[in-house]
Design a protein around this ligand. Sequence first.
Ligand code: AMP
Length: 412
Amino acid sequence: MTFDEFGLNDKILEAISYMGYEKASDIQELTIPSILKGDDILACAQTGTGKTAAFVLPILDHLAVEDNHNLSTLIIVPTRELAIQINQQIQGFSYFLNINSITVYGGRDGADWDAECKALTKGTNIIVATPGKLISHLNLGYVRFDKIKHVVLDEADRMLDIGFYDDIMRILSYVPEDRQTLMFSATMPQKIRELASKILRNPVEFSTSISKPAEGVLQAAYVVHENQKIAVINSLISNKPDLDSILVFSSTKRKVNEIVKNLKRAGNVVEGISSDLEQKEREDVVMRFRSKRTRVLVATDVLSRGIDIKDINLIINFDVPGSAEDYVHRVGRTARADKTGIAISLINEMDMEKFDRIEKLIEMEVLKIPVPSELGEGPVYKVRPPRKGGRPQGKRNYSSGKKPDRRNSNPA
Ligand code: AMP
């Protein structure tokens, strides 16, 4: 389906064509007509499916005809990075319209606070905010949400995981009940349904493939000892100039630093990002990675949700994420919008059960590749014995038959 078939405003169509979008993605095709009609919606869509444009375009279409300076749209998101990214898309799509938007998130200086205050009191049209910072403004009593007509909750599952439930409810208590509310979530656990039942009115539900990585991602895994991981990564990426944008995920901040150190030692251009960095440093690191000055970025899960960096060709899960949903989000950083990409997980003895749960969630067995023979033997892949009706399980040895070679391995 093309975008003009939705009957969107001409100026928005012009911006879409400048962005180079030719056809609507599945989630856009499903949700845009409903949002244009004014329905509340509950959409299950993972990142990389084009969900941002799915809510931004019809909202801009509404605002384009309203022609006033009221603060009429509030978009609530879990992280600063996602706020910045959504705002960039809004500014792109509204390039030919007289519509203003601003981000509101924590960790910035006094000048930004002043700009936020001004926008919150004197009228910007759209605010993209993280809950905590918005609450700080609300606490000071000058924020007027009485003209808000559209509310979007993006990455709603992530917001609940972080513990934003009370903040969300408090923010919504300032917004008129007569509004359109759009809720997007990558997963649909019971707590999301409960939140939806409290804040949506007769929502229309949409879903693109639930909790599964995009189809263009080739997923594979190495079953390795912890001290083989760095050597496996080096063997994967050395002498492969085509792999110019590689994202490595680790669950802890401490490990991020160790991985960066070890990959640097092998001559890679690598940087790390975690919530330890100041906001400005985080933005600079992301910018260098985005522009491909940094080939390898090592990140905690801060980056795994919502962040849109084009053309990442390889994702490496240095460790298996704690929740199966996080796996889907991490892997969703590659193969965005019809592209292809590779996601490799490194599974040690401790992570086998976790990985088994992920395979159940994504309903597929991920290909296990033998550890390159020069790196020695990997552990035996062992998961809990047979489930009724499930695929056969038990011991599988994916190693190439040698003992681990300690000389080649860097403990990470
Ligand atoms: P999102 O899921 O919103 O994070 O979008 C992922 C990426 O897909 C972003 O880089 C968008 O610019 C891009 N995108 C969204 N919709 C389309 C489309 N219809 N055609 C091509 N690219 C798109």
